[in-house]
Design a protein around this ligand. Structure first.
Ligand SMILES: Cc1cc2nc3c(=O)[nH]c(=O)nc-3n(C[C@H](O)[C@H](O)[C@H](O)COP(=O)(O)OP(=O)(O)OC[C@H]3O[C@@H](n4cnc5c(N)ncnc54)[C@H](O)[C@@H]3O)c2cc1C
Length: 383
């Protein structure tokens, strides 16, 4: 099936042929061992896809966010899990849009060459998930450095990244005019003294950590943009993240549909393929429609982002629609496979688990609905 693949055919073909080297057995093996898919990420880096968004002057290929989403979509559509590598795509936008010329000169060529990875972002804290303004991690300026203390949680890919984007408070909450003021972001070298990461075992094979920060010293020149405006920069980066995740969900969605169609044509019960029954066909057809519709919003959002136009509503809607549609497709795929859907060798149960994350992270369903209600529909503010 080639549905939804009518744009960027050469890019798709190139990513697909790379992904084809990492088959079911590869993903099952890393999933079973809870291992980081290092060989896959290394191959993606060598082929230049991990530096897709870096401008050519810094050694990258200078692709648009739309093209980056195509790369991520092909990864999940091939049966892989893009959670191991999508961080570099969305973190890159924060550095590209808000980083200084010096930061770009220092880090981008090395990231483009694959010597460094910028895969990790520390925003969430044990006491501050959805309500980011409540973060307690504090950075205090002392001469030419900031000294940081606090704690983060769910800091993903930290163990496989040399750089991270870290959100901290630089002005206490009770001294700011607005809750979103007084936060700053830094580019942090993850091997620095003062960082202690402890892995969190979770439902999927997703390298993620509790992060204890004890007198971490960050050179002042690693502050991104202006002090106190970090939350705004993070939100800008989160739009890219939402659009990329939407594309990953679309890739998952097509994977579930393709698997459902294939299996339901082959599986014979009562002397006929189960796919001959409308009770099997209709849920697949419905899930397919929803994926196609969500895909339109994904391209609308990425187009706006690439033109540097406001895209908060579209990025949120794309992520929400794609996460829901792909989850529906996952459910249909599992049901279509009957008992075999639960057997690891079919990959369905793994993809089912991997896809479920996106209704919760990086932003949960309720918060998207609340954003739309308040900011798009002008309903009264609820919190
Ligand atoms: C595998 C994984 C990887 C992650 N990776 C990263 C990462 O790399 N970096 C990072 O910073 N974070 C990461 N996260 C964290 C993720 O962004 C948060 O889990 C997410 O933002 C939700 O925060 P929370 O878990 O604290 O939920 P909470 O804020 O505790 O909310 C719990 C539930 O209540 C709902 N809720 C809260 N308030 C309201 C309200 N007013 N109205 C209605 N519903 C409400 C939420 O929608 C949610 O469903 C990751 C999480 C996971 C699971």
């Amino acid at each position: 099936m080639n549905h939804g693949r009518d744009n960027h055919p050469e890019l798709r073909d190139a990513v697909r042929s790379l992904c084809a080297q990492f088959d079911s057995a590869y993903w099952q093996n890393v999933d079973e061992k809870r291992a980081y898919p290092e060989a896959f990420v290394e191959a993606l880096t060598k082929a230049g896809w991990m530096s897709a968004l870096i401008p050519e002057e810094f050694g990258g290929s200078g692709l648009s966010l739309t093209e980056a989403t195509v790369i991520m979509e092909e990864v999940t559509r091939s049966g892989g899990n893009a959670g191991c590598c999508h961080g570099q795509m969305y973190n890159m936008n924060t550095l590209l849009r808000h980083g200084s010329a010096e930061q770009k000169r220092k880090y981008l060529p090395k990231i483009a060459a694959g010597e460094l990875r910028l895969q990790s972002m520390g925003v969430t804290e044990p006491g501050a998930g959805t309500d980011t303004t409540q973060i307690k991690t504090v950075a205090v300026k002392k001469g030419d450095r900031y000294v940081v203390n606090g704690q983060k949680v769910w800091t993903s890919r930290l163990q496989h990244s040399e750089l991270m984007i870290l959100l901290t408070r630089t002005t206490p909450l009770n001294e700011t005019a607005r809750k979103a003021d007084g936060m700053s972001i830094f580019l942090v070298e993850t091997r620095s003294k003062g960082l202690d990461a402890r892995p969190i075992r979770n439902m999927v094979n997703h390298e993620t950590n509790q992060l204890f920060i004890d007198n971490l010293e960050i050179p002042a020149e690693n502050l991104i943009g202006e002090e106190g405006k970090g939350f705004r920069y993070i939100l800008d980066g989160l739009n890219a993240e939402r659009i990329l995740i939407a594309a990953e969900c679309i890739g998952d969605g097509y994977w579930f549909i393709e698997r459902s169609v294939k299996y339901s044509r082959e599986r014979i019960v009562f002397d006929r393929p189960i796919g001959q029954n409308q009770g099997i066909q209709f849920p697949i057809a419905e899930a397919y429609m929803e994926i196609e519709a969500a895909n339109l919003m994904r391209y609308k959002a990425s187009g706006l982002f690439d033109r540097k136009q406001p895209c908060g509503a579209e990025a949120n809607m794309a992520k929400h629609l794609a996460a829901k549609a792909s989850w529906e497709a996952a459910n249909v795929c599992l049901q279509t496979h009957g008992g075999f859907g639960f057997a690891a060798e079919y990959d369905v149960e793994r993809k089912f688990r991997e896809n479920r994350l996106y209704l919760v992270a990086p932003i949960s369903t309720n918060l998207i609905l609340s954003y739309l209600a308040e900011h798009v529909l002008d309903l009264p503010r609820s919190f």
